[in-house]
Design a binder for this molecule. Structure first.
Ligand code: OGA
Ligand code: NI
Length: 194
């Protein structure tokens, strides 16, 4: 009997914490998207609406990278861009994330309480390439376990996304196809041309 009470108590706390975290995370995502819209010279709500508005989907993933005896021979995750609109990532204090810029891999410094924001493929597409989807990978550590908790914020599968018409004209042709997010996902996961 005691056991059940303890387990139930744990589940309730876990759920409450997650709900609170999700709410806070949604607020952060709204602010990030609002400011990115302004950065493109658009009205505040344009990007949030373009990625699905209240239909935006939030997926929390937990990455666990155990210590590795030969970090020089292994990667945690290989180089990739996220297919989301944005990803908000919280790491533990073991560094390992690297981002690619100007032909160089840069180590992302661990800053306590800072959130790491990745621009994902959908924002690159909507902005017609003004925002670049960040190429990133992770290294592993010889002694320490690294963990990270990214939240991938993605449009609903049926939503159609392409370069925003406000950002294309006779000089700026659309650089990306307009398609349903689920079709983009299918091509990316199966390594097919978009
Ligand atoms: C990912 C990712 C980076 C990290 O899960 O897509 O890029 O720091 N993770 O764990
Ligand atoms: Ni990633």
């Amino acid at each position: 009997m005691m056991m059940i009470v303890v387990v139930v108590g744990f589940v309730i706390d876990y759920r409450a914490v997650n709900e609170e975290y999700a709410k806070k995370m949604m607020g952060v995502v709204d602010k990030v998207l609002d400011n990115l819209s302004l950065g493109l010279g658009l009205e505040e709500r344009v990007l949030k609406d373009a990625v699905g508005g209240d239909g935006l989907e939030y997926l929390l993933k937990i990455n666990y990278y155990p210590p590795c005896p030969r970090p020089d021979l292994a990667l945690g995750v290989v180089a990739h861009t996220d297919m989301s609109a944005v990803t908000i990532l919280v790491p533990n204090d073991v560094s390992g994330l690297q981002v690619f810029k100007d032909d160089v891999w840069f180590n992302v410094k661990y800053i306590p309480n800072a959130l790491i924001v990745h621009i994902g493929d959908q924002l690159e597409i909507l902005s017609n390439g003004k925002f670049k989807s960040v190429l990133h990978r992770t290294t592993v550590n010889k002694e320490k376990t690294r963990m990270s908790w990214p939240v991938f914020c993605s449009p609903p599968g049926e939503l159609v996304l392409g370069p925003l018409p406000q950002l294309t004209n006779d000089e700026n042709h659309p650089k990306f196809k307009t398609k349903k997010y689920k079709d983009y996902q299918y091509c990316k996961l199966n390594k097919l041309p978009q």
